[in-house]
Ligand binder design. Structure first.
Ligand SMILES: [Zn+2]
Length: 362
């Protein structure tokens, strides 16, 4: 065996040092590719799950959202107000902004408003949770029947609001920690086609916001990164609330995060935290390939954002019918999914429950 020369030993040492410090040399906008979530222990999981309350979500959020709320309607204003006031009352101190604009529709120009809530706007990286709050417009010829869009998407938006309320203390601690990874909530207007789905008549809000974020520097002084680069992962919730939900896989780039949801489902099942859940895995199927579904993620996907699309497939039977209402919701699966989603978010953000954190010094 030949002895290594001084220069080759030096090169080897540099190689080791480079490996050791490589975490810090990855540009921030690429950290999402290697991001590892924390895995909470059983008592931490139980504590997080105990914070969420389905009845509270139902009374506070869902009842407020189950109104006719197509773009520009009085119900839309009411729901916008509910979203903004709910978030502004929380201790975490959300930065809530609006993206308002007019767009041409088959019914003429209509006003649209997206709501963007950011826990820490100065954080470089954001885990994004998104839903659409508008309801599909039906002309008033249906004998007074109203389309309320319970699964589409009053429940998904309520789940996001309940998450922010249930984990308010955790999110406040995260914000105060100065972490460069934070949480952003997007409530889209105008997802639904007003007349018939085309690339022009659909996704009004998400098309507008994706364009706006692509042209906004992030951090503000940056010259080559935009707010879209800040999106670690874009988690879109849609058509949730029916019985036996099943989430398949559309994107190989985010399979590991769908697998993580499956893993959380399994862990909470083992802890007896999921109701009416006989099998250890019922909801998340990373091995089940699903074709591309057109939804609010598309304008972001087309700009290179990584997507986790949590939409029940096949679509629930009540989809786009007047039966998509409160009576046809399945409470236990919504409650179970609230728990799984909340654990997913806190683990992604590497956030333990405050009462379980070890405080160093005193
Ligand atoms: Zn719809």
């Amino acid at each position: 065996m030949a002895e290594m020369s001084f220069s080759s030993r030096l090169l080897a040492l540099i190689g080791i040092l480079t490996t050791l410090t490589s975490c810090d040399t990855i540009p921030w906008q690429e950290k999402k590719l290697k991001h590892e979530a924390t895995t909470l222990n059983s008592s931490e999981l139980s504590s997080i799950v105990a914070h969420t309350d389905l009845d509270r979500m139902w009374q506070k959020d869902l009842k407020s959202m189950l109104v006719v709320r197509y773009p520009g309607s009085a119900g839309s204003q009411q729901v916008q107000q509910h979203i903004k006031s709910t978030l502004s009352l929380l201790k975490a101190g959300w930065d809530v902004t609006e993206d308002s604009f007019y767009a041409n529709t088959p019914y003429g120009q209509l006003p649209f408003t997206n709501i963007i809530a950011t826990l820490n706007p100065t954080a470089k990286r954001q885990l994004v949770l998104a839903c659409h709050y508008d309801s599909k417009y039906y002309p008033p010829q249906w004998d007074g029947r109203e389309f309320l869009g319970a699964i589409d998407s009053a429940v998904p938006c309520s789940m996001i609001l309940e998450l922010s309320r249930a984990q308010d203390d955790e999110l406040k601690t995260l914000k105060n920690s100065g972490s460069d990874l934070s949480l952003q909530l997007l409530f889209f207007d105008g997802e639904e086609a007003l007349y018939q789905w085309t690339s022009e008549d659909s996704l009004y809000g998400s098309r507008h916001l994706a364009h706006k974020m692509a042209t906004a520097s992030h951090p503000p002084e940056a010259t080559n990164t935009s707010q879209l680069d800040s999106i670690d992962l874009f988690v879109l919730l849609d058509l949730i609330g029916g019985p036996n939900p099943r989430f398949g896989n559309q994107f190989s780039s985010t399979t590991r995060w769908l697998s993580r949801l499956r893993n959380i489902e399994r862990r909470l099942h083992a802890l007896g935290q999921l109701e009416n859940h006989p099998n250890e895995v019922q909801y998340f199927w990373p091995g089940l390939h699903v074709g591309l579904i057109l939804d609010d993620h598309i304008p972001f996907l087309n700009r290179g954002v990584r997507i986790l699309h949590l939409i029940s497939t096949p679509f629930p039977a009540v989809w786009h019918t007047f039966d998509d209402n409160e009576e046809n919701l399945d409470q236990t699966s919504i409650s179970n999914l609230n728990k799984i989603l909340q654990v997913f978010v806190l683990e992604y953000l590497n956030k333990k429950s405050p009462e379980n954190q070890v405080v160093e010094g005193s």
